[in-house]
Write a protein that binds this ligand. Sequence first.
Ligand SMILES: [Zn+2]
Length: 64
Amino acid sequence: MTEKIVCGKCKMLLYAGEDIKRRLYMRAIPSEESVLALYKNTCPSCGSALTLDTVEVVIKEHGR
Ligand SMILES: [Zn+2]
C-alpha cells in the first residue's frame, strides 16, 4: 500500500510513500503526527496548521 498526506486546504503534498503502518514496522517514520512535526505542524505552502484533522490521509492499495 502507499500513503499520501496532503494539506487539507491547499492540497500540498506533504508525504508520499509506503503506508506509515509499514514504516512504523520498519521504524522509518513513527506516525502521521511525526510527519506533520517535520513541517513544524504548519503547511509550508499556505501556512495553515497541520493536524490529523486538517490534513487528508490517502491510503491506496497497489493494484485493483
Ligand atoms: Zn496548505
